[in-house]
Design a binder for this molecule. Structure first.
Ligand SMILES: C[S@@+](CC[C@H](N)C(=O)[O-])C[C@H]1O[C@@H](n2cnc3c(N)ncnc32)[C@H](O)[C@@H]1O
Length: 601
């Protein structure tokens, strides 16, 4: 069933009929509905969806996206006459949001002020056009996918040795590796005393780890944590240096042999090779067998470096040793694949670890960054073409493009005057013994304090953990959709990939915008000028991710949740019928179930 303007009109009519019926019913049962008294502004939301449940025989039926038939909100205050304060939001018609107003005399709903964490923007709001709505992305009303490891579907990535190596590099780049060279100097400051105590640092900054006899067990544990973190970080840095130096040694060895061949062409290359080899054995103090075995692996490091660049070596971790020792995949094809990753790895390394190139100065390479700034300010290509600045990819469309990368959403002051419309007061929060917030999804207590928190819904996005950059890049699509977002490592089904952040506003029309609402407010998240990578996620009629509402503590968020995504696959969501309604564009998702392709098939 197409969502044409005519069918929307019919649904609106249906919506009004349902709302009227419920209103009449509630008016008749006035005073007997048993509404909780602490609902200050009660509204009854009525949504009707049409959905294909599949047949009983199907083992694992993925229901089709439900088609919204009707939606309406009924203001219970007016019907039940409870004497509760009036909220103007309740008067907003279902799909006709009011124009943004800065009139201070407008009556306001009792909402929380924006929290200190949120930045309030003074940017002028984009001009509103009150004609028909379109381009409004909605969150998926179904519950988000349950966690599950990726199994055997067509898009699943089957790791092989090269795949493991590449994923290992992406994970290290997006992980905790701290390549600050200071860590090495800290390593030198670690001294082991004659007793079992360990001292770290010089006199002024020394951290001493004593046995449990002199320190409380807790203090000793925390100090040992610090020591262990420093030593582990330092050894990772040393490991990276080791591989870089060994690859460089092979490079110099080969150059030396080549130079000897040119200087004495009459002597065979094998003899020149042998001479340089023996010389090296003497310097190392190793037997020929020892050096030959090591050299075989080091040669692998150099080949990986020649193909994928220094960043591949620095961030490869332990995986590269196994890859080079067994040489199962040292094929031309594998090396070509690494070549196409070279600049993409450099973008991630330069933007996420601006100090990493300093390690290269040890082998005489430049430490100048090539790709400064934010990782998503660069658009990469899958064919290995040089990355280009994000802005340049919109010039050909004749549009001026400016985009500020945000960590968190900001509130549009003109629309909300510093209040946060995403506020979701929890009834049980005040009654719970510890004033704790209870997760609406898992029923566990939510807290930013690690010791109190038991909610594990999106542990990488909310709570005490520092959000890490998701392993994704903005890339140039090849099917005419301009940019898109590609997953660099796999995302398990049910994993939160990131939050949809932007300007929290209202009244935006005719540009891409996320529509969202709590029980008391309709709001929009607009990513036209500010946001994060989720701004570049394309639509697919068979999306491998979805946008889902999730309340953390007392604030609603929109989270991008994986349905199971393999490494190297474009991340896509189903924007929904409302986005495409009345839009001239044709869908390019290429799926056989495509609902919005306009040309004749
Ligand atoms: C939220 S943006 C996604 C990022 C966009 N591709 C870009 O380069 O800025 C949505 C726009 O991307 C394009 N787009 C996304 N998915 C599409 C699809 N399946 N078919 C055609 N165009 C699509 C349309 O131009 C749409 O208005």
């Amino acid at each position: 069933m197409g969502d044409t303007p005519e069918s929307i009109k019919q649904f609106d009519e249906l919506s009004r009929v349902i709302a009227r019926t419920i209103e009449e019913h509630l008016a008749r049962s006035k005073g007997t509905t048993g509404l909780p008294r602490d609902l200050r502004n009660p509204v009854l939301r009525v949504d009707a969806f049409l959905e294909d449940q599949g047949s009983d025989q199907e083992q694992e039926h993925t229901p089709s996206r439900p088609l919204r038939l009707a939606s309406s909100k009924v203001n219970l205050i007016e019907i039940l006459g409870t004497g509760r304060p009036h909220d103007p939001i309740q008067q907003e018609k279902h799909d006709k949001l009011p124009a943004v107003s800065s009139d201070e005399s407008e009556p306001r709903s009792p909402r929380r002020r924006g929290t200190g964490k949120l930045r309030v923007s003074n940017r002028p709001l984009i001009e509103e056009d009150v004609s028909e709505h379109q381009r409004q992305i909605a969150t998926d009303t179904r519950s988000f996918p349950k966690r599950r490891k990726i199994t055997t579907e067509k898009f699943v990535f089957r790791p092989s040795t090269l795949d493991k190596l590449i994923i290992g590099i992406w994970e290290q780049i997006h992980g905790t590796l701290d390549l600050n060279p200071q860590i090495i100097s800290e390593q030198y400051q670690i001294t082991l005393s004659a007793s079992s105590n360990v001292a770290v640092g010089d006199g002024s900054t020394a951290v001493e780890v004593r046995g449990a006899d002199t320190l409380s067990q807790n203090d000793a544990f925390h100090q040992m944590n610090t020591l262990c973190r420093k030593v582990t970080q330092a050894s990772k840095v040393f490991r990276s240096i080791e591989i870089v130096v060994q690859a460089k040694w092979v490079e110099l060895f080969e150059e030396k042999v080549q130079a000897s061949v040119i200087a004495m062409p009459k002597v065979s290359k094998t003899k020149h090779h042998k001479k340089a080899f023996v010389e090296a054995c003497q310097d190392f103090g190793w037997s020929e067998k020892e050096l030959r075995n090591k050299m075989a692996i080091w040669r692998g490091y150099k080949e990986v470096k020649d193909a994928a660049g220094w960043s591949a070596l620095v961030f490869a971790g332990m995986g590269i040793y196994r890859f080079c020792k067994y040489r199962v995949e040292f094929t031309n094809e594998a090396m070509k694949r690494l070549q196409t990753l070279r600049t993409r790895l450099e973008v991630a390394a330069d933007t996420l670890h601006p100090n990493w190139r300093q390690l290269l100065s040890i082998v005489g390479e430049s430490s100048q960054l090539k790709y400064p700034g934010h990782q998503h300010d660069w658009v990469v290509s899958e064919d290995g073409a040089p990355p280009v600045p994000l802005r340049s990819t919109y010039i050909s469309q004749g549009t001026y493009f400016e985009f500020e990368q945000l960590e968190e959403s900001i509130i549009d002051e003109r629309a909300w005057r510093g209040e946060d419309p995403r506020w979701v007061p929890q009834n049980n929060a005040m009654t719970h013994a510890d004033n704790a917030y209870v997760c609406a999804v898992c029923g566990q207590i939510q807290s930013d304090d690690a010791e109190l928190n038991s909610c594990n819904c999106f542990p990488n996005l909310f709570g005490h953990v520092k959000r890490r950059p998701p392993p994704v890049q903005i890339y140039r699509t090849t099917n005419g959709q301009n940019n898109g977002v590609v997953a660099l490592a796999p995302f398990e089904r049910g994993a939160g990939i990131g939050e949809y952040v932007g300007l929290i506003t209202k009244g935006v029309r005719h540009v891409d915008v996320m529509d969202s609402s709590t029980a008391t407010a309709n709001y929009q998240i607009w990513q036209g000028r500010q946001g994060n990578f989720t701004r570049f996620i394309n639509h697919s009629c068979k999306g491998n991710a979805q946008f889902t509402q999730f309340t953390w503590l007392d604030t609603q968020h929109v989270v991008l949740v994986s349905k199971g995504i393999g490494a190297g696959v474009e991340i896509s969501v189903d924007y929904g019928d409302r986005y495409w309604a009345g839009l001239e564009k044709s869908c390019l998702c290429g799926e056989s179930c495509c609902r919005y392709r306009r040309d004749n098939r």
